[in-house]
Design a protein around this ligand. Structure first.
Ligand code: TXA
Ligand code: MG
Length: 323
């Protein structure tokens, strides 16, 4: 028997599964929380103006209260509900990359409750390009705050089944969609200072941002700058199994798995060879979850060159291996 550990005031609820964005949106409109697909990973959504529903998100995920949420919008008008002013760099990024896998951090409007932004005066805003996500947010009639729909610390979910695995009985509804197209979380860029700062690597690369705003820089991971992206301090993306980056060569082949572009010259229990870096990024989190389900102890991951989505992939691989 599987016992669900319930923290705080969270009651066990029936989690409704639906393929209808409109049905899922009804739960948001009545104060509930809903898992839904985007092109990056699945999110766990609530009405951005509903403090009680946002509190449920933190409880359901067991998310630390100092980790702010991203607000998802269906159209440009909804951005105006979230921010006091749109400065030049943010406007240019929005014109260039919305809808898409980019989150811009803006100064928040007074209407946005502090619980959504973990006490910050800024808010991350993103417009997913996945059509089902936009239909869902549109039907909600409000911007939807959503972290990734996993238990805190686990790999982000790229299928509705992964959301179910982590959150069945803890959330009101799952909007069932296909496996997410990209498989890694959005790029996060802070546009509130003098120059834009890349806080989290994603499918929109630093080079792509620099084509719009040449002065954009990547955050210094080891300095106080990291305080600007509270979520990056927390353990992320990690399976239970130990993650080891190769080369060098694997040592243990018992209860071991491998994912990468090149074939290994030794046998492991589970092997996933990807033909492109995009496919590797797309498969990584689901592979981590599969290895945990199979009770594997160690996962070898091939390192890749840090161009395009390779930079985001290496970021997630490093975080998963740092334990
Ligand atoms: O692709 C994605 O971004 C997915 C889908 C669901 O949209 N969402 C996602 O949310 O990955 P989450 O909560 O797992 O990660 C949000 C990241 C965290 O690292 C958080 O610290 C950062 O964005 N963030 C959010 N709001 C911020 C803010 N106001 N200032 C700085 N960083 C912020
Ligand atoms: Mg997350």
């Amino acid at each position: 028997m599987l016992l669900i550990e319930v923290s705080g005031t969270l009651d066990i609820v029936e989690t409704v599964l639906t393929e209808s964005p409109e049905t899922a949106a009804e739960f948001i409109k009545t104060g509930g929380i809903v898992g839904f697909p985007t092109e990056t990973v699945y999110g766990l959504g609530a009405n951005v103006f509903d403090v009680a529903a946002i509190r449920q998100i933190f409880e359901a995920k067991r998310r630390p209260a100092d980790n702010p949420l991203i607000a998802h919008v269906a159209n440009v008008e909804q951005i105006e509900e979230l921010t006091s002013e749109l400065i030049g760099s943010a406007k240019r990024f929005i014109d260039a990359f919305f809808p898409g896998p980019l989150t811009v951090v803006l100064n928040k409007s007074d209407r946005v409750p502090m619980i959504a932004t973990a006490g910050l005066n800024t808010i991350g805003v993103r417009m997913p390009r996945f059509e089902v996500a936009r239909r869902f947010i549109h039907a909600c009639g409000t911007p939807v705050v959503a972290p990734s729909a996993n238990l805190s610390g686990k790999p982000s979910p790229t299928t509705w089944e992964a959301v179910y695995e982590d959150l069945d009985g803890r959330i009101d509804c799952i909007l069932q969609g296909v496996a997410t197209e990209i498989g890694l979380e959005s790029t996060v860029v802070d546009c509130t200072g003098d120059i834009p700062v890349l806080l989290r690597a994603g499918a929109i690369s630093l080079e792509a941002l620099q084509q719009i705003e040449p002065q954009t820089v990547a955050v210094e991971q080891d300095t106080s700058d990291i305080a600007r992206s509270p979520g990056m301090r927390h353990q992320h993306y990690a399976p239970n199994a130990r993650v080891v980056l190769i080369p060098p060569r694997p040592l243990q082949t018992d209860h071991a798995a491998y994912i990468g572009l090149r074939r290994l010259d030794m046998a492991v229990d589970v092997e996933r060879i990807c033909s492109t870096v995009e496919e590797y990024a797309h498969e990584l989190f689901e592979f981590f979850r599969r290895c945990d389900r199979d009770g594997l102890k160690i996962i070898y991951c091939e390192t890749v060159s840090e161009s395009g989505i390779g930079a985001a992939l290496m970021d997630r691989l490093r975080r998963a291996s740092e334990r």
